[in-house]
Design a protein around this ligand. Structure first.
Ligand code: SF4
Length: 408
């Protein structure tokens, strides 16, 4: 595992289950409570620990407490807020942005001793990779992971690479990994001659990769890979093959692997992957002049029916610059869409799909966790640090730097 945290504690096996029929009784303390971040989850890869008491969410002084701790820490502290964070948290961010912009912002603040990352685990890892050794990156709740990043584990990716090696095509395959991946996967990418991409520069990263080799292994988001390859690069859907790490040979024949231009890892975002083409049809029937804009992590069928597709930064720009009175349905995380609606009262802005929810892991960073981490810092206790080991960090940085060197 690439990251280390301060997590310690006794193991409790919560997996045991009984098959005997029992009378219903009032449940005791549920193991799920552990996932709220006030204790430990021994089954979680990330660990879930917030030593000491978390403030009560109902505490009316939470805002004042966060401000006081922030003021006490002054320039030693820099708070980053991802666009998908809750309003109650983002109000304290010194800067907001997508994951890559935030990692760059952290690196541009060498005077800040503590980088508090209001986002998810892989983002804090990237910030640790790009900042200097004197800076500490803190994730207010260690349970804030990313289901997409977790869909590509290093052992699975190495096994897939062995398949390509056996077929004699690893040498001509270039790994391209989305920013939304663990430090382990970024490191694998760097070691094997590949690059990182964001949702803004995926086409440029793929162009570079096809100058280096004959095919791409795209990790971990199949939708971003497919959308970019087909919509921006002129490949066909048949040029793309989905590699399922749970099946032998990825569920593909040797020839399918040899002939694919894009080998897409079978991963997806559990938020963006839920938008459906039906909701676009319904909205167009209801509001004929509506503009549909979605993130490229959405499925190909959804992206193909939309008027615009773009990264979070592009969505924000497009909506901000849109004509007053125009109507927009946005397919991205709900916290951002709500914020866009608040910031653009002269436009009609709505969420694309009634059944899609917030990103549950992004939402784990709430005000009590932020206050908890800031107050601990102000008292000299550094909690929930995210540290990527030097070897992983070295190769992950190689992959990130290849992306930075791409033409602007
Ligand atoms: S919105 Fe999707 S990609 Fe982003 S953190 Fe949540 S699960 Fe991961």
């Amino acid at each position: 595992m690439a990251s280390t945290t301060e997590t310690t504690g006794e193991s409790v096996d919560t997996r045991s289950a009984t098959t005997t029929t029992q009378a219903w009784s009032e449940p005791g303390e549920s193991p799920l409570l552990l996932l709220l971040g006030s204790n430990q989850d021994p089954l979680s890869e990330r660990g879930v620990e917030c030593p000491g008491a978390l403030p009560e969410p109902s505490d009316p002084d939470l805002v004042a407490r966060a401000l006081a701790a922030k003021e006490k820490l002054g320039d030693r502290l820099f708070i980053l807020g991802h666009h998908y964070q809750r309003e109650e948290v983002i109000q304290f961010a010194d800067t907001t942005g997508d994951s890559f912009k935030l990692a760059q912002q952290a690196a541009a603040r060498p005077e800040a001793e503590f980088i508090v990352f209001c986002g998810v685990h892989f983002m804090a890892e990237s910030a640790d990779i790009l900042t200097n050794d004197d800076q500490q990156v803190i994730l207010p709740d260690l349970a804030a992971g990313c289901s997409m990043a977790d869909m590509a584990r290093l052992d699975q990716v190495e096994a897939a690479w062995e398949v390509l090696t056996r077929l004699g095509i690893a040498d001509t395959t270039i790994p391209v990994s989305y920013m939304n991946s663990s430090a382990d996967i970024k490191s694998f990418t760097g070691r094997n001659g590949g690059t990182i991409c964001t949702s803004s520069n995926a086409a440029k990263s793929l162009e570079w990769a096809f100058e280096q080799g004959e095919r791409v292994l795209f990790l971990p988001d199949q939708h971003l890979g497919r959308n970019t390859a087909v919509r921006d690069m002129g490949f066909s859907l048949d040029d793309c093959a989905v590699f399922n790490p749970r099946k032998p040979n990825g569920g593909l024949t040797d020839d399918e692997l040899r002939n694919a231009k894009m080998i897409l890892w079978k991963g997806h975002c559990s938020v963006h992957g839920r938008f459906s083409p039906d909701s676009i049809d319904e909205l167009r029937n209801e509001i004929p002049d509506i503009n549909i804009m979605v993130h490229p992590e959405c499925k190909y069928e959804v992206v193909s029916k939309s008027d615009y597709v773009g990264s979070t930064e592009r969505i924000i720009k497009q909506v901000s610059e849109a004509a007053p009175g125009s109507a927009w349905a946005i397919g991205t995380e709900l916290n951002l869409v709500r914020r866009l609606a608040l910031q653009n009262p002269d436009k009609r802005i709505m969420f694309l799909d009634k059944t899609v929810c917030f990103c549950s892991t992004m939402n784990r960073i709430d005000l009590p966790h932020l206050v908890w981490s800031l107050e601990n810092l102000a008292e000299g206790r550094v909690m929930n640090t995210i540290t990527v080991d030097p070897e992983t960090s070295k190769w992950a940085k190689v992959a990130l730097e290849r992306m930075l060197a791409l033409p602007g």
